[in-house]
Design a protein around this ligand. Structure first.
Ligand code: AMP
Length: 119
């Protein structure tokens, strides 16, 4: 799948759509999910144009990958969930119900999240 520059997260990165920003550096932007599934639900996105995890890992350079991974950790720390525990989710493709085709990691926490998946 090729990257669609008109996806909603690309528009957020370009400042065409507002977001509730919680963190930004040269590699990543993090903002509150518009439809939160937990008391803390932050989306962390790389600044480069990557569709999903595989595209990011194969196409991004080592600095981008390391910078993004560190940004996810910084968000978990600064949002307060690192102390009590949190879940990282990255939906990739159709079976995972990925809705936005710009790679992103969900940082979820702020309560006991229960089992990972409901059968
Ligand atoms: P996914 O299913 O992993 O692609 O998740 C996409 C997420 O983006 C969902 O949790 C949506 O609630 C969230 N989302 C969609 N549009 C926006 C937006 N404009 N601002 C913040 N979050 C959004």
């Amino acid at each position: 799948m090729s990257y669609d520059p008109n996806n909603i997260f690309a528009k957020i990165l370009r400042g065409e759509i507002p977001c509730k920003k919680v963190y930004e550096d040269e590699f990543a932007l993090a903002f509150n999910d518009i439809n939160p599934k937990a008391p803390t639900h932050v989306l962390v996105i790389p600044k480069g144009p990557y569709v999903a995890y595989d595209d990011f890992i194969t196409s991004a350079n080592a600095e981008e990958i390391a910078g993004f991974a560190r940004a996810v950790s910084k968000v978990a720390q600064s949002s307060g969930v690192a102390q009590t525990g949190y879940r990282l989710i990255s939906n990739c493709g159709v079976n995972a119900h990925q809705e936005v085709s710009h790679y992103h990691v969900h940082v979820l926490g702020g309560k006991a999240l229960g089992p990972m998946l409901v059968k």
